[in-house]
Design a binder for this molecule. Structure first.
Ligand SMILES: Cc1cc2nc3c(=O)[nH]c(=O)nc-3n(C[C@H](O)[C@H](O)[C@H](O)COP(=O)(O)OP(=O)(O)OC[C@H]3O[C@@H](n4cnc5c(N)ncnc54)[C@H](O)[C@@H]3O)c2cc1C
Length: 287
């Protein structure tokens, strides 16, 4: 299919982008890598009258360190992030998750910001942002604001971004020697969206893990923390009993609906299998 007719403008600056969007936010879409947006236009799931191309905004293409956070510009391509020494060293959970997104051709164009803003419930990066207790940097007509991942994802393809906003960057707490991460997903073929997946982070404190965060994806309308399972793992030495308790608690955390890929029961089973894998990864030293 072909998209409905639309106008196209290249933004010259962030202010220019916001000015263009603000004229008619509900009928305007930001164009980043286009890997999700163009498909939705072609399928006429979306019919904006104006696309504002932000690819020329160099300020959104930087990776920097500030206040203990790695700030990753929204326009950093997924492939660029995958090859970035800074991401590998300071945000290894992202480094581990990125190769699971689609294929290199798609990651060459798809952006970090596009994935977070689009917020597909089966996508890897939104869950990683949530697992890391990261933040979203947003610019809009009223100025700039920062929102924690726990408050950023609101529902199916719905985030704290309004139609007038541009996501400018994400902020990830810089990994330290006591940081621990885990990542596992099951997809029908490598590169497909996950049937179920989990991104995890924790802090090693002697023999125990603290600040455990388990963010599942593919199990609902948005990335979802398994808080009861987190509580079973946190503050105690990890052994088989702990892992069994966490997987039992998971039944109270997740209630995935059946979809075309798997029944609700199958998703719950897969989530428990993946939790066992990441629980073991969490006690391993950082890569
Ligand atoms: C065949 C195929 C397989 C894929 N498999 C996976 C997969 O396994 N896992 C996965 O996570 N993704 C997958 N994707 C999606 C891919 O990761 C996209 O790149 C990503 O979802 C969107 O990023 P983008 O930069 O292309 O954004 P676009 O397509 O340009 O935009 C997507 C949406 O986000 C909005 N948006 C984009 N950037 C901003 C911003 N800075 N501020 C505000 N709004 C913004 C747009 O307006 C649009 O609504 C796949 C895509 C394809 C085509």
């Amino acid at each position: 299919m072909k998209p409905a007719p639309f106008a196209y403008t290249r933004a010259r600056s962030l202010d220019h982008a916001i000015e263009l969007i603000s004229k008619d936010p509900e009928s305007t879409k930001v164009l980043a890598g286009g890997q999700s947006l163009i498909a939705t236009l072609n399928m006429r799931l979306s019919a904006p009258t104006l696309l504002v191309d932000i690819n020329g905004l160099t300020a959104l293409k930087e990776i920097s360190q500030t206040d203990g956070y790695l700030e990753v510009g929204a326009l950093i391509r997924q492939r660029e992030a995958e090859r970035s020494p800074d991401i590998a060293r300071y945000a290894p959970l992202f480094a581990r998750a990125l190769p699971h997104i689609a294929h290199p051709a798609i990651r060459n164009r798809g952006t970090i910001g596009g994935s977070i803003a689009y917020a597909d419930p089966a996508a890897e990066l939104p869950a990683c942002l949530l697992a890391l207790d990261g933040e979203a940097e947003i610019a809009g007509p009223a100025g700039r604001r920062t929102i924690k991942a726990d408050g950023f994802f609101k529902g199916l393809f719905e985030t704290a971004l309004t139609a007038s906003d541009v996501l400018t960057a994400i902020r990830l707490p810089i990994a330290t020697p006591d940081s621990r991460i885990g990542f596992a997903e099951l997809a029908r073929r490598h590169g497909d969206y996950a049937v179920v997946g989990v991104a995890a982070s924790a802090r090693k404190d002697g023999y125990v893990l603290r600040d455990v965060r388990l963010a599942f994806f593919g199990v609902g309308t948005m990335p979802t923390r398994a808080r009861k399972a987190e509580a079973e793992i946190a503050g105690r030495a990890i052994d088989q009993d702990r892992i069994d308790a966490a997987t039992a608690a998971l039944a109270h955390d997740l209630d995935p609906a059946s979809d075309v890929h798997a029944s609700s029961a199958a998703k719950k089973h897969l989530a428990a299998v993946l939790l066992k894998r990441v629980a073991l990864q969490l006690v391993e030293p950082m890569p």
